[in-house]
Every structure is written in C-alpha cells, then in structure tokens.
Design a protein around this ligand. Sequence first.
Ligand code: CMP
Length: 168
Amino acid sequence: LREQTLVLVKPDAVQRRLVGDVIGRFERRGFKLVAMKLLQVPELQEGRGYVCGYPCIIAPRCHQADRGLLDRHYQHLQQKPFYPALLAYMTSGPLVAMVWEGYNVVRSTRAMVGDTDSAQAAAGTIRGDLSMHVSRNVVHASDSVETALREIGFWFQRDELVAWESGD
Ligand code: CMP
C-alpha cells in the first residue's frame, strides 16, 4: 500500500523553528518522507532573496506559495469570512511542503496533527503541543485520500516525489 498525504508546515512554525519537531514526529512514527521543499512567498522574495547572490534563476517550478496556489489549495474556504486573514497568514513567510507515505498515513497524520482548533487539540498532538489558536495552527494535513491526491498535485510535480526503499 502506497498511501500518501500532503503536510504543510505553515509560516508561523517555520518562523518558530518548529520544522524539525514536526518532521521528527512523522519520522519516529515510521512514515516515509518522499518529497519536501521550502517555498518562498513571492511578495517577500522581492529584493531580498538569496537567489540574487547566485548565478541562477528561480526555476519554472512550483517553488512559490503564491496566491494562485493557495486559492487552489483552499478552494473550499474562499467564501469564508476568515479567508483573507488565512491568505495573509499563509503568505506571511516561507512554508515547508512535504509528502509522507505509509500505511493509513492520511488518517494517522490527521490524528497526530490534532483538532483544527488548537484550543480543542489534545495534548500530545502537534497542535495540542505547539499551538494555541486556530488561525496559527502550525500545520496542514490532507483530510482524506482523495484530498491528498489533489493537494499533492497542487504542491508538487510528479518528478519531485522520490521513490526509495525503506526496508519495510
Ligand atoms: P487547515 O488544516 O490548513 O485547513 C483550513 C485552515 O483554515 C485551518 O487549518 C486554519 O488555519 C484556518 N481556519 C479554519 N477555521 C478558522 C477560523 N475560524 N479562523 C481563522 N482561521 C481558520
């Protein structure tokens, strides 16, 4: 079984240096990391990107968490009153997108992430341990196998997923 899910480590968590904590939890649980990247926010890239100092250009790939990508990812929330605030939050800094693979990974990951509303999230979950408020809830994880397929397609190109043998 090769079930996969999309996990986003949101800008608040990157800023708080929590990326390693989040990754460590999924690794220790036994899931396999098959894709990962740090995405820049185009508005922040302007004038102060590391890119400027190197002889390279931004590759024509999905390395930016831009408005279009977030609109697709959060399509179902666009009519919500909190959507403008959600967009501002999600573009407030770089974020990390990852694909994790494993047995029942979608369901297990949701359980590890905890309730969307951090105040309701159980201790021991990512949100229950690391977050106080729904509008700064540290991570996103796909809510079903179908959603995961769609969301992985928004954030990654096919050749960015790495197939490797983990011995299990
Ligand atoms: P996520 O799992 O990424 O899915 C939708 C996101 O919308 C959710 O996490 C929160 O970040 C955000 N969200 C949901 N409800 C609210 C709310 N009432 N106020 C602000 N943000 C919300």
